[in-house]
Write a protein that binds this ligand. Structure first.
Ligand SMILES: Nc1ncnc2c1ncn2[C@@H]1O[C@H](COP(=O)(O)OP(=O)(O)OP(=O)(O)O)[C@@H](O)[C@H]1O
Length: 246
């Protein structure tokens, strides 16, 4: 689904990604792991060109999503196809219903019935419907942290993205909310491509079909999650997984 070929990225003089080549499979969950500062979030944010917002970013190499070069088309159109959920839940200051409808309404007019149906479907897909069905008109900011994150997932699903990017989506959540979001990732990856950055290695083993390990801007090793954790090829991966450095 995502093809990355010899990709390099610089913030000014500093090279944050070095010669990364990786394939991300369609309708599977892929995890990016590695120590802080190794470039996981940078690569994730490149997939929907969030890096465009950072001045002095320069890239070399190729990234395609579903066979299309991400750098040559319109970035807003790309962001409809490649949705994103952030580390800290960030509902917009508006009702639960309007949070979901925000993206689709920017693309076209929605009738009342269609809007209701879309809001319900996204909230169901994000596992939140039963908790909010009676308060769709209330502010999204009034929900608990875990509910807010599932609202953000529902909002990201509203434009029917082919790819869902998740940048440490549970690091601000309690264990019960974390378990709910992890369950959701597994379900969502049945019908779309999910890429998740995580510091939690257990989380990678629970949710990801494929895992990629990064170190100092380079992709050290990638493969099926069971294989990478059970039988890593590179010494650097073994050292990281056994806690020799973090
Ligand atoms: N906007 C920016 N401007 C300059 N340098 C940046 C910027 N964003 C990230 N960097 C640098 O690029 C490198 C990679 O950062 P990135 O956030 O991608 O790492 P990460 O692996 O996701 O780290 P973490 O796990 O701590 O979030 C780091 O050295 C970081 O300081």
């Amino acid at each position: 689904m995502i093809s990355i070929r010899d990709f390099n990225l610089w913030y000014g003089e500093f090279q944050a990604l070095k010669g990364v080549t990786l394939d991300i499979p369609k309708n599977r969950a892929t995890a990016f792991i590695g120590p802080s500062g190794c470039g996981k979030s940078t690569l994730l944010r490149t997939f929907n060109r969030m890096c465009d917002f950072v001045p002095a970013v320069r890239t070399e190499g190729a990234i395609e999503v579903a066979g299309r070069d991400i750098f040559s088309g319109d970035a807003n159109e790309l962001r409809v196809r490649v949705g994103m959920v952030f580390q800290h839940p960030n509902p917009f200051p508006m009702s639960i219903r309007d949070n979901i409808l925000y993206g689709p309404r920017r693309m076209r007019r929605l009738g009342r019935a269609e809007a209701d149906e879309l809001a319900e479907r996204c909230l169901r897909d994000a596992g939140l419907w039963d908790e909010v069905r009676d308060k769709l008109g209330q502010s999204g900011l009034g929900l608990s942290g875990g509910q807010q994150q599932r609202l953000c997932i529902a909002r990201a699903l509203a434009t029917q993205p082919e790819v869902l990017l998740m940048d440490e989506p549970t690091s601000a959540l309690d264990p019960i909310s974390t378990a709910l979001v992890e369950e959701l990732m597994v379900q969502l990856a049945r019908e779309r491509t999910v890429v998740v950055v995580t510091h939690n290695m257990q989380q990678a083993t629970r949710v990801a079909d494929k895992t990629a390990f990064f170190y100092l801007g380079e992709l050290v090793e990638s493969g099926p999650t069971k294989q990478l954790f059970g039988n890593p090829v590179q010494q650097k991966t073994k050292d990281y997984l056994t806690g020799r450095f973090s």
